[in-house]
Design a protein around this ligand. Structure first.
Ligand code: SAH
Ligand code: SF4
Ligand code: F3S
Length: 447
């Protein structure tokens, strides 16, 4: 038990960034609780404060330094500050210079050593680091503290072996490391046995998965196997890289209703010229071919993507090709980011950087265009019965909030307080209205 006198030592953790980080924090929390620490939601009462950070864009990185500056005085009272995650890995020991009250810096590839590092700080060592990327280990633990009682994440692959010209992830997460299929399936079975019905398989590029055991499974085989674990009703996955997106993945989803009919396939740009400069390893035609596999499936699927506006050298003509791509594909949702210059990345030194205003102008054009597309896309659900996984009852608009299999938010009216509808249950809902970002409906129990 980690104690100061008779009091169990409390830690506070705040998480930024992607779902990989959210899930890493669940694993870190479980690991610390297992070591005898107690989690607190109060920054003030914690003896240990961790920030699990994101470095994907400059703004995300600045956030943690602003917070650290804000709480600087508390270090004088004996509070220990630790920086985890992608900013930790990227900035390393420079963090001690920028924020001298930090005493622990640890990247995600070193989380198996986190307990030891904390012990070193508690023993009086003022500056400890876990920064090696030279590892083939993954961070697997049976102690994960999951927040959501019916939806669980499972990391199947860590790191990234691609080298997109704009991206810090290969530097912050290290080389690709896949877990064995047996250990993924074992975790999925354990989760199903303890009542979870939805699983999300996670990785920077889940479909680059390569089973390191002799079974040698690829992603489609693993996905299908997880979809067949008794007790699970929905299996999602995030994110897929277009280069490694093969048709057997679509075939697996088409054949197994427990695999969710949603594919997030980040395209980044509609211009083959820009895609080559980004080193994405596919061109517009190859991306569209993958989209055609998904669209030609016998199962209706939703398709979402990420886009970057204003990559260095992106001309008006290149940008128009991105507009024409979103018109052609008719995505269900877009996540659009203004290009952000990142340390160590090849694109940092490219000429023809665009102004922030121009990146913003292009982003707004795409958002407006996409809003109209989503209104039409979502209208196709009106009059249909959809199955919603119920998340929570919203007292602000007196509706249940649910999620469809293809990942749309579905708000619906239905009884409250009796046993019929409760969070974590699956309910049939008649969709009566559709907006650009969500669907609205009424509970429609089968007679
Ligand atoms: N591995 C995934 C992406 C993970 S990062 C893939 O390759 O598709 C999530 C998203 O952040 C990316 O898809 C990209 O759109 C965005 N992103 C990454 N680096 C960025 C940068 N330097 N500036 C702006 N957006 C960036
Ligand atoms: Fe970044 Fe590219 Fe790796 Fe995605 S595939 S994490 S964008 S380097
Ligand atoms: Fe951010 Fe690291 Fe995820 S940079 S997006 S937290 S992999």
């Amino acid at each position: 038990m980690a104690t100061i006198g008779a009091v169990t030592k409390k830690f506070y953790i705040e998480t930024f960034g992607c779902q990989m980080n959210v899930h890493d924090s669940e694993k870190v929390i479980g690991t610390l609780v297992n070591l005898g620490y107690q989690q607190t939601e109060s920054h003030d009462e914690a003896g240990l404060v961790f920030y699990n950070t994101c470095s994907i864009r400059d703004k995300a990185e600045q956030k943690v330094f602003n917070i650290l500056a804000h709480y600087k005085k508390q270090a004088a009272a004996g509070k220990i500050f630790g920086v985890l995650g992608c900013v930790a890995q990227q900035e390393g020991e420079r963090i001690f210079e920028r924020a001298p009250h930090v005493s622990l810096v640890c990247g995600s590839a070193s989380y198996t050593k986190l307990g030891d590092l904390i012990r070193q700080v508690e023993a009086g060592n003022r500056r400890v680091t876990g920064l090696s990327l030279d590892t083939d280990e993954t961070f697997d633990t049976p102690f994960t503290r999951r927040d959501n009682p019916f939806r669980a994440y499972i990391t199947i692959i860590e790191g990234c072996d691609k080298s997109c010209a704009y991206c810090v992830v290969p530097f912050t997460r290290g080389p690709e490391r896949s877990r064995t299929s047996a250990s993924v399936l074992e975790e999925a079975r354990r989760l199903a046995d303890s009542g979870y019905t939805e699983i999300q398989l996670l990785g920077q590029n889940v479909n680059s998965y390569k089973d390191p055991s002799t079974a040698g499974w690829d992603f489609a085989t693993l996905l299908d196997a997880v979809g067949n674990v008794p007790g699970l009703r929905r299996v999602r996955f995030m994110t897929s890289h277009p280069r490694d997106f093969h048709k057997p993945i679509v075939d697996a989803i088409s054949a197994n209703p427990r695999l969710c009919n949603h594919v997030h396939l980040p395209v980044q740009s509609g211009s083959s010229r820009v895609l080559a400069a980004m080193q994405r390893q596919y061109n517009r035609e190859q991306y569209l071919e993958r989209i055609s596999w998904i669209k030609n499936s016998n199962r209706q699927m939703s398709i979402t993507t990420d886009l970057i506006t204003g990559f260095p050298g992106e001309s008006d003509k290149d940008f128009e090709e991105t507009i024409s791509l979103i018109d052609e594909v008719q995505f269900d949702a877009l996540f659009i980011f203004k290009y952000s210059q990142r340390p160590n990345t090849p694109a940092l030194s490219l000429p023809d950087q665009l102004t922030d205003d121009e990146k913003g102008r292009r982003l707004t054009i795409l958002m407006e265009r996409q809003r109209a597309i989503q209104i039409v896309r979502n209208a196709r659900y009106v009059g249909e019965i959809e199955e919603a996984l119920v998340e929570v009852y919203s007292t602000s608009n007196n509706q249940w909030i649910g999620r469809t299999c293809d990942n749309k938010t579905l708000n619906f009216s239905g009884p409250v307080g009796d046993a019929a509808i409760k969070p974590g249950s699956y309910q049939p809902v008649l969709v009566t209205r559709a907006g650009p970002n969500s669907l609205v409906g009424e509970w429609a129990p089968r007679a």
